[in-house]
Design a protein around this ligand. Structure first.
Ligand SMILES: [Zn+2]
Ligand SMILES: [Zn+2]
Length: 175
């Protein structure tokens, strides 16, 4: 896997930069990984891990790691070590990788749940607005009906008055 395909992210939640992009990262004894700028920022202030607060006081607790090792580096880095040490280093690196990917999955799942909650919240808000709009439209409709009724009533009065006038005229004609 080349460094660009490395999908691990800086464990500072506000950062989460993909560490593979830079080709280097800082790893800790507590199985956390940070991009170089975050590591410089946090470890210049304190020896506590920014992700889990563990004190990293030993010389090899905080290590700059090349994520794009050259072939020559790979050829020599474990050379001369006994098979048990070689396997121990590989096993520790594998559990580091497994821990990081499982943490990332848990984080993404949490984000998904939060966005689902936010979606439900927005949906119920939308339904509430729809209901309010419907009520407002009904009230408006009732107002229009009322206006139409009084208009009709007014017209009826005029009509009656006209009829009365006509009746009076007719009686005058008879007289
Ligand atoms: Zn970072
Ligand atoms: Zn840590």
């Amino acid at each position: 896997m080349s460094s660009a395909e490395n999908e691990l992210r800086c464990n500072v939640l506000r950062c989460r930069k993909m560490v593979g992009v830079e080709g280097r990262a800082v790893v800790t004894a507590c199985s956390h990984i940070f991009c170089v700028p975050c590591a410089e920022q946090y470890f210049s202030l304190s020896q506590a891990c920014p992700a889990c607060d563990q004190l990293l006081a030993e010389p090899d607790d905080i290590v700059m790691s090349s994520l794009a090792p050259t072939t020559e580096y790979k050829a020599s880095i474990l050379a001369g070590l006994t098979p048990s040490v070689i396997l121990e280093i590989a096993a520790r690196a594998m559990s580091f990788w497994t821990y990081q990917t499982s943490q990332e999955n848990a984080y993404l799942l949490l984000m998904l749940e939060r966005s689902e909650d936010a979606k439900h919240g927005l949906e119920s808000q939308l339904n509430h607005c729809k209901h309010e709009a419907k009520c407002a439209a009904n009230l408006e409709g009732q107002g229009e009906l009322h206006n139409a009724r009084s208009k009709i009533a007014g017209e009826c009065l005029c009509f009656r008055w006209a009829l009365t006038q006509r009746g009076l005229l007719a009686e005058l004609d008879k007289a």
